[in-house]
Structures are given as C-alpha cells and as structure tokens.
Ligand binder design. Structure first.
Ligand SMILES: Cc1ncc(COP(=O)(O)O)c(C=O)c1O
Length: 478
C-alpha cells in the first residue's frame, strides 16, 4: 500500500499538538535528554496526582470482590464503599459489559441534576449522551451536522486543532474567525460578521459556530455579555452552537466566572437555537485524560433529532464504562459530612491552587522577556504567548498566504530550536492559527512549579540568544 491509497482528507488533516516537534522530543528523550513536555494538556503525565476518591471507587467497581474483604472496610472510607456499592447496584453487569448506547441511565440522570444545580435551569437526562471524552462528542456532532462538502463550521483562530482536523477529515469547510487578542481573546461581533459574510460570498453554507470557553489555547474566560452577543449572532444567522466547556472548572482570574451557554441561552428565553455542550473528565482538577470520559448535552432539538444522535452513538455501541463512571464521580463529588470530603477538598484545592500559581509565574515571567507578550491566563491550562523575531526575508512583497507560510516556518523553527537547546516542548502558534504577521507559541501551565520556574528562565535566555543569532544573519530587519 502507498500513501496515495489513503483517504486524501486524512493526509491534509493536521494535529499540531502531537506533530513533528513532539516526535523529536520523544527521540531526544530516548537519547537521555530531560524534556519538559508543555505541548499537551495531559495533567497526570506531568505529575498531577489522581484524586484519591476517584481511584478508590474505581478500584472497587473494577474488582468488586474487594468489598468482601475485612481489610477493605479499614482502608476505604465508608462513603467510598457506599458509592461503589451504589454504582454496582445501578450497573449490575459490571464494567466489562456494554451499557445502553447513550450511557448508564442513572449517570445521565445525575448529569442532568448537576446541570440544574450548576446553572439553576431545567435539564433532561434524555438529552445527555455519555462519550469517550469530549473529542468523540465533538466529532459526532460535526459528522451529524455535515450535509454537504459546502457546509461550513465557524471555528476560532487560534483554536484547539480537534476542530480543524475533524472538519478536514470529513471534508467540510472551516470558517475561521479571529479572537481578539487585544481584548483578552474575547469574540468580536464585527469579526464574526466579516468572517461569515466572506464565507457566504465564497458559496459556503454556514451551519454552526464553535466556541471554546474557557479557551484553548488562549486561556480566555468569556464574559456573560460576550456569550449573549454570540447567541444573538447565531440566532441572526440560523446557526447552531457547539459550546466546548471542558475547562469550566479551570478559572483563576479574580472576578471571572464560568457561564455556560445553556444558562445564558435560557436566561435570554431562547428555545430555537440548537445547542451542543461538551464536558470532560480530562481537565478541571480530575485530569483523567487517559480514561476517556465526558458527555454531550443537546438542547432545543426535537425528539426525533435527539434519537438520531443516540443512533449515531450506538454505532460505537457505547462509551467505555470506566469513563462513564468517572463522569458520574465528576458530577457527584463527596458532600460535607461524608468521610472523603476533607481529603477530596484538600486535593482539589491543591491542584487548582497550583494551576493558578503557575499561570501567574508563566504570565508574569514570559511577559517580562523583551519581545514577548502574554496576559496571565484567566483560565484553562495554557498560555498563548506572542513573540517577535527579526525578519530573515523581505516581507514587503509577500501575499497574505506567503506571509502565513513564512511565519509558520519561523514559529516552527523557533519551537524546534527551543526544544533542541533547552528540552522545552511547546507547540508553534501556526498549529492553532494566528493573525497573519503575528507569531506565538502555546505552552501548558501543567509541569510542577519548580519546572515552570525553570522553563521561564530557560526561555528568557533562549529568546535572547535566538534573536541575536537571527539579527546577525538577517536578510534585512524590517
Ligand atoms: C478545548 C478542548 N476540547 C476538547 C478536548 C478533548 O478532551 P477529551 O480528552 O475529553 O477528549 C481538549 C483537550 O485538550 C480541549 O482542549
């Protein structure tokens, strides 16, 4: 078989967070180099400890015989044992059996209760589907909404490449809209209008708008008003909304709050814009990426449409059972008075406290470097750092697409050299998209605090020497 025998959409799809720089990092690691992996939001790969509560319950539901041992009563807190027994009762076939396609019914019910409590709005278990992480839910919605290769999805720039790669893979159109870096990466109505008009003038049929809140890679937390504006925009143009809310528990900036699209839409009294919301066990303080759990909530669609989404999920049989159980634990944490409560709060607050502290170290540290600019991330797990480099080619005659190619080479070369010289693995901004003429890289805030401090100092030295080298070789400095 040759590469030309493969689906051409697969060949053109790109997924930068696991691209050539990461492959090189793994090679260097094999050769014995110390690598600081800041390329992907994978907390437990960066020494974040799993929550005891989750792992204790998982161990019991995976091996229920443990419940018959005396020692178990001594080791596990009574509320953990009660919860494990409850899960086993509600899912009597155990974790080795397929579940209903949409997921275990009692988990769908508790997710609906979680949404009602979080947002103070109605929610129905019938509209919830458990998935193998948010990625699968996003892909399911994209597939379901694509009717023709001319259908377009509005996606942010910069964006998490799951969206661009999946749209490319299934052969639909990306309608890119820029986020406003000068306004803490909020969405701008003007930019949205310009982007949709341009797409329509090219014959593209816009069907949905994707919004990531809190943002990856930007770290932005959208204001209530910004979300209202987006909902009005979607209403005006007849778009559905795909709200990626996997970072809803990762908010660090004072005065910033997570507002779900479901809540804001309900407050606005809007009942006719289809809404697809995504949540995950991979992020927040659980960081259970490898277990692949999450859910999709669908609003404002008729029952027959909902049934088709469940049919789509049934083609995969069901989400994995352990991921479903962790999603259950995500929405039913221990309560005050339960034996696990104190340890759970201590572990949760430590994880979130460290993330907040590291967001500050990265934001303040990197923005103090000459030629580098970044706000302290307001949320999520990343900083999208803007930087400047001297030019090595004459940019005055470049078209926009030549400029993008030139800048993509520059940020790729920069990140590859950073890796080779310092062992720090970050992702070039071009992998997420960026305004032509700007350069960025994305780093996570996840390594342990001492490594984050080391990272800032290493980048400071590297940036200075790399810039000096370019200056001395510059074709011309414009
Ligand atoms: C914005 C966003 N959505 C979805 C995902 C995927 O999450 P999951 O592990 O639940 O598939 C990620 C992972 O980094 C993400 O950043």
């Amino acid at each position: 078989m040759e590469i030309s025998d493969l689906n051409p959409h697969l060949l053109t799809a790109e997924y930068a967070v696991r691209g050539p720089i990461v492959i090189r990092a793994q090679e260097l690691e094999k050769l014995g180099r110390k690598i600081i992996y800041c390329n992907v939001g994978n907390p437990q790969a960066l020494k974040q400890k799993p929550l005891t509560y989750i792992r204790q319950i998982l161990s019991l539901v995976e091996y229920p015989d443990l419940l018959n041992f005396h020692e178990t009563q001594k080791i596990y807190p009574p509320d953990v044992i009660r919860k494990a027994r409850h899960i086993l009762k509600m899912n009597p076939h155990g974790t080795g059996a397929y579940t209903q396609s949409a997921g275990m019914p009692f988990i769908r019910e508790t997710i609906a209760e979680f949404i009602m409590k979080r947002d103070g709005i109605e929610a129905s278990p019938e509209n919830i589907i458990l998935t193998d992480g948010a990625s699968k839910a996003v892909q399911a919605v994209l597939i379901a909404l694509m009717k023709s290769p001319n259908d377009g999805f509005m996606i942010p720039v910069p964006q998490y490449p799951l969206y661009s790669a999946t749209i490319e893979l299934y052969g639909a159109k990306q309608i890119k809209y820029f986020l406003d870096e000068d306004n803490s990466w909020q969405l701008s109505e003007k930019i949205l209008e310009e982007s949709i008009s341009k797409a329509k003038s090219e014959g593209i049929n816009p069907v949905s708008i994707v919004v990531i809140n809190p943002g990856n890679p930007t770290g932005a937390v959208l204001s209530y008003e910004n979300i209202e504006m987006i909902i009005n925009f979607a209403s005006k143009h007849g778009l559905s909304i795909m709200a990626d809310e996997v970072y809803q528990d990762n908010i660090y900036a004072e005065g910033k709050t997570f507002h779900s699209f479901a809540k804001v839409m309900t407050h606005m009294g809007i009942k006719d814009i289809p809404l697809f919301s995504f949540h995950s066990v991979s992020k927040g303080y659980t960081g259970e990426c490898g277990h692949r759990g999450g859910y999709l909530e669908i609003r404002n669609v008729p029952d027959e449409v909902m049934a088709e989404f469940i049919k789509l999920q049934s083609i995969n049989l069901c989400a994995n059972t352990v991921g479903q159980i962790i999603t259950y634990l995500l929405v039913t944490p221990p309560q005050v008075g339960e034996e696990s409560y104190e340890l759970f709060i201590k572990e949760r607050d430590y994880i979130l406290g460290e993330m907040k502290a590291k967001a500050e170290i990265i934001g303040l540290g990197l923005s103090s470097i000459d030629g580098m600019e970044v706000e302290i991330p307001h949320g999520a797990m990343y900083a999208f750092v803007r930087f400047e480099l001297p030019h090595t080619e004459d940019i005055t005659k470049m078209t926009e697409s030549e400029r993008l190619t030139y800048d993509a080479k520059r940020d790729n070369d920069y990140c590859m050299s950073l890796l080779e010289e310092t062992g720090i693995c970050v992702v070039p901004g071009s992998g997420f998209g960026q305004l032509p003429g700007t350069l960025h890289f994305r780093t996570t805030i996840l390594p342990p605090r001492n490594e984050v401090e080391e990272l800032v100092e290493k980048i400071r030295e590297f940036h200075k020497s790399y810039t000096a080298k370019l200056k001395s070789n510059s074709y011309r400095t414009v």
